[in-house]
Write a protein that binds this ligand. Structure first.
Ligand code: FA5
Length: 330
């Protein structure tokens, strides 16, 4: 295994040294350190090796992960400086030229897509709710059936704040706020920012979700599927195939994830755009609803991913760079 780690190390370092752009760096980062990377494969295989060898291999693998992260960060700084210098060298301003007048502003693509999504769901009878970006641990996790030691906490890469508060990792706490405030029937959507310590070409540390919650008597999984299919059909038209994949969220059971087919640079792939499911009975108990009287479904979709599909964008970072040439296209 040490040999494998050494070969991952030398291969990774030479790939990092050859990097020429930030876009390539994002892709290489998920290739080297992402969930399906060769290094993660080694970490996953540790339980299979003899007990006495595990600490050595574990230590080596973690040191390698740290070293690669450090090298990638260093390379990122170098590339940012290089891109800035290249830009300044190629775009020398002629300050004597007349101005071209004042350009008029336009809405940001994330705002356009959020409004579009909300306008469709609003027509289906969903009222718009908002919640704070700083949430209690209770609303963000505990009431959603994610107790203090629940492994699902690891999936969220949380920014923890003082006094048992967090930057909300999803819009699902608005479900809890709404159910604590009012009795069923409930049909709400909640757009907003969410925060996770995570970044590559399709993940950003700050991104946008729209939550949906529908609770009443006799709500079934067919209602969930019918609603989401009608909504996605309006959103994407016939051009994009949609698939429901069974999945797991502690606050829904059964749970699904929804993928949309997406063709970019001549290649067709699936992009996951939302999680959904039937509200877990424990969540109802946390908000003092009787789980034998009420059922419901919930969903949480990623606005950036939808915008990437609708506008054929291959890198999520473009939304945040505030490059005028990009923003004026919408
Ligand atoms: C959740 O956040 C659940 N709260 C969704 C949910 C709600 C499930 C209600 C069931 C019931 P997930 O972590 O998979 O699940 O995120 C939901 C969507 O947000 C993803 O499908 C994806 O479109 C988007 N997303 C997740 N992480 C990122 C990220 N780092 N950058 C951009 N978009 C992201």
């Amino acid at each position: 295994m040490i040999d494998i780690l050494n070969s991952i190390k030398s291969d990774s370092i030479s790939k990092i040294n050859e990097l020429d752009s930030l876009h390539e760096l994002d892709q290489l980062k998920s290739f080297l350190l992402g969930k399906k990377s060769p290094l993660m494969d080694v970490l996953k295989d540790i339980p299979k090796i003899p007990l006495e060898k595990r600490p050595v291999i574990g230590k080596e693998a973690n040191q390698l992960k740290q070293e690669l992260t450090k090298r990638l960060n260093k390379k990122r700084d170098e590339l940012i400086n290089k891109e800035r210098d290249d830009f300044l060298n190629q775009n020398q301003a002629d300050v004597t030229l007349p101005t071209s007048g004042f350009p008029s502003g336009s809405y940001h693509p994330i705002t356009i897509v959020t409004r579009y999504v909300c306008s469709i769901l609003n027509r289906y009878g969903y009222a718009i709710k908002q919640g704070p970006n700083i949430e209690t641990d209770f609303n963000n996790f505990e009431a959603l059936n994610i107790g203090p030691n629940h492994p699902a906490r690891d999936m969220h890469d949380t920014f923890y704040l003082k006094n048992k508060t967090v930057l909300r990792t999803h819009t699902s706490p608005v479900q809890i706020r709404t159910m604590l405030e009012q009795e069923p029937p409930i049909k709400i959507i909640a757009p907003g920012k969410v925060y996770r310590c995570d970044a590559d070409t399709s993940h950003s540390p700050v991104f946008h979700q729209v939550e949906g919650l529908c609770v009443d008597k006799h709500i079934t999984f067919s209602d969930l599927k019918g609603t989401l299919e009608a909504f996605l059909h309006e959103l994407f038209g016939d051009e994009h195939a949609i698939r429901f994949r069974s999945s797991y969220f502690p606050f829904t059971e059964p749970s699904v994830e929804v993928d949309v087919s997406y063709t970019i640079n001549g290649k067709t792939t699936w992009l996951e755009i939302m999680g959904a499911g039937m509200v877990q009975r424990n969540v109802f108990r946390q908000v003092s609803y009787d789980p034998d009287s009420y059922t419901g479904f919930a969903f949480g979709l990623g606005i950036e991913r939808i915008a990437m599909i609708l506008y054929k964008i291959d890198n999520i970072r473009l939304f945040y760079e505030n490059d005028h040439r990009f923003l004026t296209q919408f």
